[in-house]
Each structure stands twice: as structure tokens, then as C-alpha cells.
Design a binder for this molecule. Structure first.
Ligand code: PEP
Length: 255
């Protein structure tokens, strides 16, 4: 954790969930009381098709909703894409940008991510920028170089009003049940913190840095206890209220 920084537990449903899944979101909202909200923020990034209904499901409560990607343009001929204004219009207040699955499935480069981050921040959305090394890069000792170059490329110079959040997600840990050692996470997050200060100055000292990659109720507490880990980006374990709430409960014990 970073002293004075409120943790954020963010879920990423990926391409999972139809309207039947909204009962899980309703269950999360029942547990996540205003009292708990004083200690930690919770966000669920759902598929675009569900965003409006998900936002209605948690309306007036402290759980926020968001999208999983956005286009950098405000509107136009971009079949299948959604704009930041569409996310806001559907009730979302956040967006994930540059997730490794977008980078690998859709060839998104740091330059593309940079444009999306610029648009998302300008529209006032909380913008979660994902970075992380693949397995070969870790094995060949290039992790910090990769993180540094992804941050330099993805974080824009001109940042609008939205909150910038960075998620460190080792690609080999996503959806695999594998996690880095506590020492590896500490090293990566400390590096990301320094790099953020270099890139954006004082704001970088308080930027929320999330860890992502196979976070579960059982390992959440030990991961959040690490310096400069200000929360989690959670894939698989955010689909079920019991698991996601278990992660929140582990955090609650610490904050
Ligand atoms: C993710 O999708 O960002 C993620 C971390 O997935 P999982 O928690 O399933 O590893």
C-alpha cells in the first residue's frame, strides 16, 4: 500500500457475462456498504453490452462501473468500437486501456494505447492503463525495461481531468493461477512508482498502482500488503460475488 492512498479493487469481466450475470453484481452491491467504501473503492468493468444495465444495477451505490476499452475518436466510422462518451452515457465512470489481451488480440501498440488514454482522461473517465511483461521477457531479465518502455509510450504528456491508474499485470500470470513472488511484485511496483514520478511529477507519487494476475481471496491480502500496491485488477475472480467480495474482505482487514 501507499500511505494515504485509498485502495481500488477493480474487476474485469472480459468477454464474459450476459444479463443473467447481473445478479452477481447486485450481490456485490449489497455487501459493499458506504462504510466499506470509506476504506476502499470498487469498480467492475463489464462488457459494453452490459454496461447500461450494470450501471443501473448499482445506481446510487458506491460500486462504480466501467468499460474495457475505448476508441480515441469521439465518434465516426469505427465499426464495433465505442467512444468514451458512450461509456459515460451508459453510466460508466472508468475504462481499462491497453490490457494485454487487447495488445495481443488486436495488435494495440503503446502509441495506440497513448491515444486512448489521452481521450479517456480528457473525457473525465478513471483510466486504468495496463502494462506487463511476457514470460520470455521475465526469464531473460527484461521485465523492468519492458515496463519502463510501455509506460513511456503509453502515458500521455497532456492529461485531462480523469484519474490515471496503472495496473502492473505480468502477462504470464493472467488467468493462469501463477503469481510472481512478493519480492518480484515489490521490485516491479517500486520501479513503476519511480517511473511515474519521472513521467508525470508529483502526481506520480499518489497514482494508484494496481497489481493484476490471478488475484484470489487467498492471495489478495499478501499482495496488497506490498509497498506501492494500491489495489488489484481482477479477472476471473471478479465474475462471482463471493470471490470478488472475498478479495475486498482481505483488503478490508488491512486498511
Ligand atoms: C485481468 O484480466 O486483468 C486479470 C488479471 O485476469 P485474472 O485475474 O483472471 O488473472
Amino acid at each position: 500500500m501507499t500511505p494515504g492512498v485509498k485502495p481500488l479493487v477493480a474487476g474485469n469481466w472480459k468477454m464474459n457475462g450476459t444479463s443473467a450475470g447481473l445478479d452477481q453484481l447486485a450481490a456485490m452491491a449489497n455487501y459493499y456498504t458506504p462504510e466499506l467504501h470509506k476504506r476502499l473503492d470498487m469498480l467492475v468493468c463489464v462488457p459494453a453490452t452490459l454496461l447500461f444495465r450494470a450501471s443501473e444495477t448499482v445506481k446510487n451505490g458506491p460500486i462504480k462501473t466501467g468499460g474495457q476499452d475505448c476508441h480515441w475518436e469521439a465518434s465516426g466510422a469505427h465499426t464495433g468500437d465505442i467512444s468514451t462518451a458512450m461509456i459515460s452515457d451508459a453510466g460508466g465512470s472508468a475504462v481499462i486501456v491497453g490490457h494485454s489481451e487487447r495488445r495481443s488480440d488486436h495488435g494495440e501498440t503503446d502509441q495506440v494505447v497513448n491515444r486512448k488514454v489521452t481521450a479517456a482522461l480528457a473525457s473525465g473517465l478513471m483510466t486504468i492503463v495496463c502494462i506487463g511483461e511476457i514470460e520470455e521477457e521475465r526469464k531473460s531479465g527484461k521485465t523492468l525495461d519492458v515496463l519502463g518502455s510501455q509506460l513511456s509510450g503509453s502515458i500521455p504528456e497532456n492529461r485531462g481531468g480523469g484519474e490515471l491508474v496503472v495496473a502492473y499485470e505480468p502477462v504470464w500470470a493472467i488467468g493462469t493461477g501463477l503469481t510472481p513472488t512478493v519480492e518480484d511484485v515489490r521490485e516491479a511496483h517500486s520501479f513503476v512508482r519511480e517511473k511515474m514520478v519521472e513521467l508525470i511529477g508529483n502526481e506520480g507519487e499518489r497514482t494508484r498502482l494496481l497489481y493484476g494476475g490471478s488475484v484470489k481471496p487467498a492471495n489478495a491480502g499478501s499482495l496488497l500488503g506490498i509497498d506501492n500496491v494500491d489495489g488489484a485488477l481482477v479477472g476471473g475472480a471478479s465474475l462471482k460475488a463471493e470471490d470478488f467480495l472475498g478479495i475486498a474482505a482481505a483488503y478490508r482487514a488491512l486498511v
